[in-house]
Design a protein around this ligand. Structure first.
Ligand code: FES
Length: 58
């Protein structure tokens, strides 16, 4: 499944960046060597970041 259509970023690509320590939306893009274009995926990426943070706190 694609999270970011502009950059062809998959759920796995975002999870990979999270697993590598990315904790900001900009870091997710940077670690995948891309940058936001339309911004429509930012909310979904933010939700994934929040979930990763919550998992760390548990
Ligand atoms: S869908 Fe991610 S920047 Fe457009």
């Amino acid at each position: 499944m694609r999270v970011c259509l502009c950059n062809d970023l998959s759920v796995q690509a975002v999870e990979g960046a999270l697993g590598a320590g990315a904790r900001r939306v900009a870091e997710i893009f940077r670690r995948n060597a891309c940058a936001p274009v339309c911004g429509q995926c930012v909310e979904a990426i933010r939700t994934m970041l929040d979930r990763a943070r919550e998992d760390e706190e548990e």
